[in-house]
Design a protein around this ligand. Structure first.
Ligand SMILES: Nc1ncnc2c1ncn2[C@@H]1O[C@H](COP(=O)(O)OP(=O)(O)OP(=O)(O)O)[C@@H](O)[C@H]1O
Ligand SMILES: [Mg+2]
Length: 764
């Protein structure tokens, strides 16, 4: 059995747990409709489209396939014979705690997901033969245990509430649904858990595609043609108010911009469509926040600020709020009351109760009694909607995810100015959601050398769904404005990413002195970390531990690496570095759990310190920074691949999060089989920062040898991103006068002579 066949079978198991090898070759003709593997004419994406309908016709089916696949995956999570522990939250809500058997399931469930809990046959027997079911949101997942907060069972479960007498005001209304109220708290075994799949985000993408095609007020004509890739005469916004002095550019609460950042702001303000590209730490987000400030001064109404991920939106929201603008962060209903972020006070659902005493009173009633009388409930909803509308209308800036822009609460809003940060992480249709709300001026900010969109259904990915609108626009000749001076990393840390991923173009805006721990404001410790080479705050810790398959069966962990992570963390904590200053990155879920657990269990300092340290995937760190980053690579088998680690974009993000110091822990022998990692290891070795040994204070140079990669991986066409980068930059560097002479741009697309929108050259 070859690895390829094994992978295919594993894929099949996700949808068909009892599949056999023979099933791999079965032609499934009977159920073509819901069988995503039947590769029914998958029309690939194009770079240019004839019109909105053409665009929709190509993208909508791909989005649908991705949605169908997602649904199948999620719905296959149903599990029986689950044991539940009942608990009551502080707010008096029922919490069901349980673990999935197949932990694959659990690792795919995330906080905010909706699950249904039902009684199995045995449990129903114990429940006097009565069925019961409850629906709730996943409130937390701790060490593999899911905490599900039940939605319609809030009647003071711990006390009198569990008695029927307290249900009076609901029984009238709820009728049959009443069963949900009486949680079978004495029954522990034999529950069934089902995943409730929601199509919301896909629906909103489809909607945006449709709106863009049929509603000619969804965007201006210029944006319409630009998005479709038509060649249109460049436009300038004549009325743009552009700051003229350095002081005018500077906004409250943010660092003064450097010259290229100022030029970027000035250029963007005058253009209806712009792309800002820059390597990590070059201030894309800071520049975006400054830009948003100036955009609000253009008298074009409210500005819509989005990014594909919640993490990125929060980053940006925080920076924009620092400028003193009135900012509202619109979070999805499922995220309300469950995640604690730095921007909670700017969230709509937090602001509403503060704005209305009467609403607050009703909210308290609702919390105490689980539900309101019909009259109060109507009043509650009306008051909430009114207050929400008022707050949103009063804002200068509304921040949400791209998908969040399709929220019904923004239904009647129009936005002339839209900014999308991390735009290279959004699929086309996703980026279109905020744009198709009336856009006249659009700003894309991103970096295609960092993580791209996640597309799970491989055929759709292959057909081009993973290409972001940002990338496509670059490829068809829209020049991005580039930022190249980074203010995040100690110069030693930016060297490798600059050479490997950015053709050496990344410059340092901070000096080594700026990134010394001992002079960092707020640091009260007396010593520096014992870096093997003083002045180079980095090392690759050679650790020859074993990788293991985690309990879930689908992830990996590495105990030896985890124990060294704990040692390093403890050392930093002892020196006086705070937990908030550090982060542990590991690409595997299994290791993530194991490291957290292990630090809590084995760490000699207060548990709360270790609990406060963020251990997360690379993806969760995109757009963010920490003073110290530890990267636990996990993979250590000579015969298996290195999985996630081989993605250059992921490596790039992992290497560029640290400000003061980075420590990688891994097995050099295994990792060096990959040319990109071999280059990284050579880099550390050449700097004498490839080390081994049991004591942090006495690390020895590691003399392991590995072959120098045959060619520079940075120029390896197998890495899509470098190829793309080159494609993109060639366009940028391409001689414009020649372009004008020939009427063609670098990629050979027709330019200017074609008057008809339907000229075939636009789309072929
Ligand atoms: N002109 C500047 N002067 C001083 N500091 C700056 C400047 N621009 C950015 N910074 C700082 O550099 C760091 C990185 O900035 P920012 O997060 O905006 O970068 P980014 O390009 O968005 O990075 P990423 O690609 O990781 O999202 C931040 O700490 C920010 O405050
Ligand atoms: Mg950023």
């Amino acid at each position: 059995i070859g690895p390829a066949r094994m992978t295919r079978l594993e894929d099949l198991w996700k949808r068909q747990p009892d599949a056999q090898f023979s099933d791999l070759y079965k032609k499934q003709v009977d159920d073509e409709d819901d069988n995503p593997d039947s590769e029914l004419e998958l029309t690939p994406t194009e770079q240019q489209y004839e019109d909105g309908f053409h665009y929709q016709n190509i993208l909508a089916p791909l989005v649908k396939m991705e949605a169908d696949y997602d649904r199948q995956m999620k719905e296959s999570l149903t599990e029986e014979s689950i044991a539940v522990d009942w608990d009551v939250s502080l707010a008096g809500k029922w919490i069901a705690k349980f673990s999935f058997h197949r932990m694959t399931a659990e690792s795919r469930v995330v906080v905010g997901d909706e699950l249904r809990l039902k009684l199995g046959a045995g449990a129903q027997f114990l429940n006097q033969g009565k069925p019961w079911e409850g629906v709730g949101y996943v409130k937390g997942i701790l060490d593999g245990q899911v905490e599900l907060e039940l939605r319609n069972a809030t009647n003071n479960p711990g006390g009198i509430g569990a008695q029927p007498s307290n249900n009076n005001n609901k029984s009238k209304k709820n009728g049959g649904g009443d069963a949900a109220m009486v949680v079978p708290q004495n029954i522990r075994e034999d529950y069934i858990v089902e995943y409730i799949w929601k199509s919301t985000s896909y629906d909103r993408m489809q909607n945006a595609l449709k709106t863009f095609a049929i509603d000619d007020t969804s965007v201006t004509g210029y944006i319409y043609h630009k998005v479709l890739g038509h060649s249109v005469e460049e436009q300038r916004i004549a009325t743009a108010k552009v700051p003229s002095t350095v002081a005018e550019f500077t906004v409250p609460g943010l660092p003064p911009l450097n010259e290229s950042q100022r030029l970027a702001v000035a250029a963007v303000l005058q253009r209806p469509l712009s792309l800002i590209q820059g390597p990590p730490g070059t201030g894309k987000t800071v520049t975006s926040a400054t830009l948003v400030y100036h955009l609000t001064k253009q008298n074009m109404g409210q500005v819509l600020v989005t990014a594909p991920s919640n993490v990125a939106v929060d980053q940006l929201t925080e920076k924009i709020a620092a400028t003193g603008l009135r900012v509202v962060r619109l979070a999805s209903k499922t995220r309300e009351n469950q995640t604690v972020t730095s921007v909670d006070h700017l969230c709509l659902h937090v602001m509403v109760p503060l704005a209305s005493d009467e609403f607050q009173k009703l909210q308290r009633l609702k919390d105490d009694f689980g539900e309101l009388t019909e009259r109060d409930a109507r009043k509650y909803r009306a008051l909430r909607n009114k207050t929400e509308r008022e707050i949103l209308q009063a804002a200068d800036v509304i921040c949400c995810t791209c998908v969040g822009a399709g929220d019904p609460r923004l239904k009647n809003f129009r936005f002339r100015q839209v900014l999308i940060d991390e735009a290279t992480q959004a699929v086309e249709a996703e980026a279109l959601i905020p744009i198709a709300m009336g856009a006249k001026q659009v700003v894309f900010v991103g970096d295609h050398c960092q993580l791209g969109p996640v597309v799970m259904y491989k055929p759709a990915a292959k057909a081009g769904l993973t290409q972001s609108m940002f990338e496509r626009l670059v490829l068809i000749g829209n020049r991005p404005i580039r930022l190249q001076v980074q203010y995040r990393m100690h110069p030693s840390l930016s060297e490798f990413p600059s050479n490997m991923f950015y053709e050496g173009s990344l410059q340092n805006g901070v000096t080594e002195a700026d990134r010394q721990l001992l002079t960092t404001p707020g640091y009260t410790g007396k010593e520096d970390f014992p870096w093997p080479i003083p002045g180079k705050p980095m090392f690759f810790y050679s650790i020859l531990g074993m990788e293991e398959i985690s309990a879930s069966g689908t992830s990996y962990l590495n105990r030896t690496e985890a124990s060294y992570v704990e040692k390093i963390v403890t050392h930093l904590l002892r020196m006086g570095v705070t937990p908030a200053q550090m982060g542990v990155i590991t690409p595997y879920d299994g290791q993530k759990k194991y490291v957290s657990e292990h630090m809590r269990r084995a760490g000699p300092l207060a548990t709360s310190l270790y609990e406060a340290i963020e251990v997360a995937s690379v993806d969760a760190f995109q757009g963010r920074e920490k003073d110290f980053i530890m990267v636990s690579c996990v993979r250590s088998s000579e015969t298996q691949g290195i999985g996630f680690l081989s993605d250059p974009r992921r490596l790039n993000v992992a290497l560029t999060r640290a400000r003061l110091g980075i420590i990688l822990l891994g097995n050099p022998r295994v990792l060096s089989k990959n040319p990109l990692w071999a280059a990284l290891l050579l880099h550390f070795k050449e700097h004498e920062c490839l080390v081994e040994g049991p004591h942090l204070h006495n690390l020895q140079a590691c003399h392991m040898t590995f072959p120098r990669p045959k060619r520079n991986p940075a120029t390896d066409p197998r890495y899509a991103f470098t190829a793309l980068a080159r494609g993109g930059w060639d366009v940028v560097r391409w001689d414009e006068s020649a372009s004008r002479r020939n009427g063609n741009n670098a990629l050979g697309f027709g330019k200017s002579q074609a008057d008809s929108r339907f000229d075939p050259r636009y789309s072929r």
